[in-house]
Design a binder for this molecule. Sequence first.
Ligand code: NAD
Length: 465
Amino acid sequence: MSADYDLVVLGGGPGGYAAALYAASAGLTVALVESASVGGTCLHRGCIPAKALLHAAEVYRTVSAAAEHGVRIVGDAQPDWPAANARRSRIVDQLHKGLSGLLKRRKVTVVAGFGTLTSDGAVSVGGDTLRGRAVILCTGSAPRSIPGIDVDGTTVVTSDHSTNSDADRLPERVAVIGGGVIGAEFTSVYTDLGVATTLLEALPHGVLPVGPDRDCADVLARSLRRRGAAIHPEARVGTPERTSNGIVVPFETPDGSDKLEVDQVLVAIGRRPVTEGMGLAEAGVRVDRAGFVEVDTTTMATSRPGVYAVGDCVATPGLAHVAYAEAVVAVESVLGESPPPVDYGKVPWVVYTHPEVAWSGLSEAEARAGGYDVEVHKHTMAGNGRAMILGETDGLVKVVAQKDGPVLGVHVVGPWASELVHEGYLAVNWEALPGDVGRLVHAHPSLSEAIGETMITFSGRSLHG
Ligand code: NAD
């Protein structure tokens, strides 16, 4: 069978379904090819299930501290791992149903199967040929593994497994390899649920060594350590050995060699693009040495005219919301419009650990390295009334600005940093002056006041800071 569409989208994760929905809303006929389930990594093995588990950990932490808030719990609160996973699963199912329904209502034709690009620029799926005026590749990414460490899904796992556990209880001891976003989030979940968790990170800073401002990442690292996580920076991990009691992980740090016996190893050392076996090279779509599809980020066009690529299969930040934004750019390019490209240096980043870490724009170190004459002010959550009421005063706001100039970066660690960051995101993207943001009235008592207070400090005066 052969069918014609305005647009054929290959891959149904956030990049793919956003491209399909947005194109359909603009009146295009769209086919969306997906080999597993629409929703992709984010919905089924990533953002959504991980955040559901983080929330279970938060509820447990909150309930365990209930007495402090004047609520007496009779008996002990206990984590119920199967119940937490059942809830996680229900949320994923509900969102999956919602997304499938939305695609149907927009009249997107969802084609089940593994699609490949043919040399004439069509998409072949299980013997059928789908032809589009344009094709958008949204084939995503998969966890990277470490040579010599075999991922079996039970003793050695990746986030694909940790977000889909059907175990009847939590592992008692976990080693997390890699202290990036996934490693930090799972260290937070496991530590709060009472798992003895050890984080082994290759780089000099053990937690979020790349990305956030150091001051914010350090607040998270201190909090995780205080709650019981063991964190080893500059760790070189050897080949783990399975034993009758679990798995032994040898590692070296500047302090010497050590080993650790655990029940489970979570490998969280980054993700690789999924672009093999889809006929890309044969179709004239250039792929770089790491496997990322090469694109012109002003249009998301690949080297083959009419073929675009967005999301984790291109070498831009691996974030679902970046994939959404790239999908809009790609669809508008297909429509012959001239969309503003995504400003990758200013997108919001959120790490949903406890405490949350979020930022937009340049860290202090990046701004200095970029040659800016930098002015920096910070405001801790310790004196913030709302944070005190929540019992979560571990945190700070840090604003990096050009001296007598606009805001370059806003960094937040603490309660609801994931939501607070968006005020910072607007300030960074509108190149607001700190004094102008400081003049805006922030509600009292609110966590947002910490941002307002930090901005006011740039005037040389302050309220409570
Ligand atoms: P990452 O790149 O964020 O972190 C990987 C970490 O592993 C790095 O710090 C690296 O130095 C370390 N590492 C690499 N090899 C190692 C080794 N052999 N031993 C010890 N440490 C080693 O990757 P990730 O945490 O796996 O996340 C993958 C992707 O998913 C990222 O693009 C991330 O942005 C995305 N993601 C985002 C969120 C979010 O936005 N909240 C959540 C989860 C994942």
